[in-house]
Design a protein around this ligand. Structure first.
Ligand SMILES: O=C(O)CCC(=O)C(=O)O
Ligand SMILES: [Fe+2]
Length: 335
C-alpha cells in the first residue's frame, strides 16, 4: 500500500507543532539541531518558504509561517501572493547550464529522463495528486525490501508503478555517469532502507527556500528530477557547524571534471539551470554542506537568456533513516 501525505503546508506545520507540544525538551533541541536552513544571501525578499517538507505555499496564500524546526527560529514570509515585497526589482544572477564544482554533486545535461517516461510521470502525478489547487506537495513512502529482494519487484515496493519505472530508468541512465560508490549508494544491489519520494509542484513564481534536507530523517544519496519546466536551483555553501548525525557514509569527494563549469571551486554560491527532465544527485558534501533552493520568481536568467518558468513538478527520492517515521495519514490511489 502507498502511504500518501496530502500536505497543505500550513496543515503540515500545524501537525508538526501539535507533535512538538507533546515532545520533551530534549527532543525539541535535537530536532532543531538536525534542521539547517540558510536564508538566501542575495535576495532576502524573494526566498519563499521554510519547512523541509512543505517548503512553499500556494500562490494565492499570503500567510507567514513560523519555523518550528529551524535553527534560526525566525519567521519568514513566503508565497507568491504577498504584497509586502520591497518595491525594487531584484537583479537575477545569471545561472550556468553546467554542474557547479561541488563535491558529491552530479548534473550532466546529457542525462535526461526520456520524453515518454517524463510525459507519463507528469500526466499521472498531475491527475492523481494535484487536482486540488491547494495541494502542492505529496510524499510517498516505499518499504524497505526484504533481504535479497530487488527493490522494484511488486512484493517489495509500495511506490506506484510509474515511479518504479522512473527509478529503473534512472538506475540504467546513471550507471555509466556516476562514480561506483555513489551509484551503489543510490541503487544498492540489496537495499535495506525505504525510499521516500516527495513530489513538489511549483507554479511560475513559486520556489522553495534554501535548505539542507533533514539530517535526522533522510540519509545520504538524493536524486532530484524536474518535469514540465526548467528552473534555476541555487546552491549555497553552509558555514555553520552542524551536528554530525547523518554524516555521509561514503566518501563522495568526486567532482565530475568533464561536465563542471570552469567556476571557481571556492565560490560560496552557484546557480544552476535544471532543464525539464534533467536529473541531479546530491551526495556527500553537496548533500550535507550545501543548501539548495529555488528563488520565488517567474523568470530565470541563464547565460544571457531570460527564461520564463512554466509549471514545474519535481520528484525527489531520498532514503529514510532507521526510525524515521512515516507521517502520512491516508492511502492514495496507485498510479
Ligand atoms: O523541487 C526541487 O527540485 C527541490 C525539492 C527539494 O529540495 C525538497 O523537497 O527537499
Ligand atoms: Fe531539498
Amino acid at each position: 500500500m502507498t502511504s500518501v501525505l496530502r500536505s497543505h503546508p500550513l496543515q503540515s506545520n500545524k501537525r508538526r507543532l501539535e507533535a512538538e507540544s507533546t515532545s520533551t525538551k530534549k527532543q525539541k533541541r535535537l530536532h532543531a539541531e538536525l534542521r539547517l536552513e540558510i536564508p538566501p544571501l542575495k535576495f532576502p525578499s524573494t526566498h519563499c518558504s521554510t519547512d523541509d517538507d512543505p517548503l512553499f505555499t500556494p500562490a494565492s496564500s499570503g500567510e507567514t509561517s513560523s519555523r518550528a524546526d529551524s535553527l534560526f527560529g525566525e519567521e519568514t514570509a513566503f508565497s507568491t501572493g504577498r504584497t509586502d515585497n520591497p518595491p525594487y526589482k531584484e537583479t537575477i544572477a545569471s545561472a550556468s547550464r553546467t554542474a557547479p564544482p561541488i563535491p558529491g554533486f552530479f548534473f550532466n545535461p546529457a542525462v535526461e529522463v526520456s520524453y515518454d517516461i517524463g510525459a507519463r510521470v507528469l500526466a499521472q502525478c498531475m491527475e492523481t495528486y494535484f487536482q486540488k489547487p491547494d495541494v502542492n506537495q505529496i510524499m510517498l513512502f516505499g518499504r524497505a525490501p526484504s533481504p535479497g529482494t530487488p527493490e522494484s519487484t511488486p512484493a517489495s515496493t509500495s511506490f506506484p508503478p510509474i515511479l518504479n519505472e522512473l527509478l529503473t530508468s534512472l538506475s540504467n541512465d546513471l550507471r555509466e555517469y556516476l562514480p561506483p560508490a555513489t551509484y551503489d549508494l543510490l541503487f544498492p544491489a540489496s537495499p535495506r532502507r525505504a525510499r521516500q519520494a516527495i513530489i513538489n509542484l511549483y507554479h511560475p513564481g513559486e520556489g522553495i527556500s534554501s535548505h539542507v534536507d533533514l539530517l535526522g530523517r533522510f540519509g545520504d544519496g538524493i536524486i532530484g528530477v524536474s518535469f514540465g519546466s526548467g528552473c534555476v536551483m541555487q546552491f549555497d555553501r553552509v558555514h555553520t557547524e552542524v551536528e554530525s548525525q547523518g554524516e555521509p557514509s561514503v566518501d563522495h569527494t568526486h567532482v565530475d571534471a568533464t561536465t563542471t563549469c570552469n567556476a571557481d571551486p571556492t565560490e560560496d554560491r552557484y546557480d544552476l539551470y535544471l532543464p525539464e527532465r534533467s536529473v541531479i544527485v546530491l551526495s556527500g558534501e553537496s548533500r550535507y554542506k550545501w543548501t539548495h533552493g529555488i528563488a520565488r520568481r517567474a523568470d530565470d536568467v541563464v547565460g544571457t537568456e531570460t527564461l520564463h518558468r512554466g509549471t514545474r513538478m519535481s520528484i525527489t527520492f531520498r532514503w529514510l533513516l532507521p526510525g524515521a517515521e512515516i507521517v502520512g495519514d491516508t492511502v492514495g490511489p496507485a498510479i
